[in-house]
Design a protein around this ligand. Structure first.
Ligand code: GDP
Ligand code: CA
Length: 322
């Protein structure tokens, strides 16, 4: 029977891993539960950066070097908006990308839930996976930072913290606003319950996978699933491979090491964990926390290398199942 794999994914790390997974097991039935905590409303449009990064990457429309946004992009709309003095100028929306957000916003305005809209957008892109938003309800990650204009603190949208401020100011707390009242999107809990294997790709443990797990019912469903749960470390050599995950890990009191991230998820949630070969020393520490661990190359340099990582994750899942 077709292997059913569920992946909890953020943007770039999740999308690149999924491309390798599809190459490693082309016949598998893959359901992706995507993070929507990074979603933002701009110019009256609903933008879903992580869902779109997965959709464009698997659908062949991604800007390869950048890792997000469309290939062959132009920025005429952005320039025209700037000529009117209408920002924000720090969020890069290209002309091609704008079309996606217009279609999405139009469908949501007509009453379709985000899950149905995402399915409709995927009919064009044919990502070869079932892409589900974690929730149809609005969840927005906010970051508590020092307010430069007062003695106090203020909450800013995750994108403002990440893209405008480059995570350069200390984050005191990460709050998925709306998560407590959110419901998992249709199909999310069912996919987790029916999965043969559940994977955490090398996605951000706090603001990508952590936000998905914050939707009530999702963490419990993963923890109690019959399927083995295996994660791949986004931290290699005590630093994020790309981006600023160390900053949001610090905000939740977790060291930026492969072992600390495994312990943060915990043995109650994950059964297996892959660390990079440079972190081979971490294997014993992770295993002493009750999580089966192996060190293998974890750099997604190309699809072949990423496919080998995916195959290693599936092999570890079989090992913990046995
Ligand atoms: P985002 O939503 O675009 O930030 O993407 P994700 O949350 O899916 O993934 C971000 C994480 O992927 C970062 O913490 C990176 O350290 C990690 N990452 C990116 N490229 C690689 C890679 O080649 N190998 C590993 N192990 N992690 C990676
Ligand atoms: Ca993201």
């Amino acid at each position: 029977m077709q292997q059913r794999i569920v992946v909890l994914a953020g943007g770039i790390g999740g999308a690149r891993f999924l491309r390798g997974l599809k190459s490693a097991v082309p016949d598998a039935d893959i359901t992706v539960i995507g993070n929507t905590g990074d979603d933002i409303h701009l110019f009256g449009l609903k933008v879903c950066p992580d869902l779109d990064t997965v959709m464009y990457t698997l659908g062949g429309g991604i800007h390869e070097e950048q890792g997000w946004g469309r290939a062959g992009e132009s920025f005429a709309v952005k320039e025209e908006l700037a000529a009117y003095g209408v920002g924000p100028e720090w969020f890069g929306l290209g002309d091609r990308d704008f079309a996606t957000h217009i279609v999405r916003t139009q469908m949501i305005g007509a009453g379709y839930p985000l899950s149905a809209v995402t399915e409709a957008l995927c009919r064009r892109w044919q990502p070869g996976v079932r892409l589900l938003p974690m929730s149809d309800d609005r969840v927005e990650t906010h970051v508590l930072i020092d307010d430069p204009d007062s003695e106090g603190r203020k909450a800013v949208h995750f994108q403002e913290y990440w893209v405008r401020l480059h995570a350069a100011t200390p984050a005191h707390a990460i709050v998925p606003v709306g998560a407590e009242e959110a419901k998992p999107a249709p199909g999310v809990l069912e996919a987790i319950a029916a999965a043969d294997v559940i994977l955490f790709p090398p996605s951000n443990p706090v603001v990508s996978v952590g936000t998905i797990l914050a939707v009530p019912g999702v963490r419990e469903a993963v923890a109690s699933a019959a399927a083995p749960v295996v994660g791949l470390s986004p931290i290699v050599g005590n630093a994020p491979v790309r981006g600023m995950a160390d900053k949001v890990l610090e905000a939740v009191g977790v060291e930026s090491t492969a072992a600390a991230v495994a312990r943060h998820y915990g043995a109650g949630l994950i059964d297996g964990w892959l660390v990079d070969t440079v972190d081979a020393d971490a294997v014993a520490e992770v295993e002493s926390a009750g999580i089966r661990c192996r060190s293998v190359p974890l750099m997604m340099t190309d699809v072949e290398a990423t496919a080998r990582m995916a195959a290693q994750a599936l092999a570890l899942a079989e090992e913990v199942r046995a």
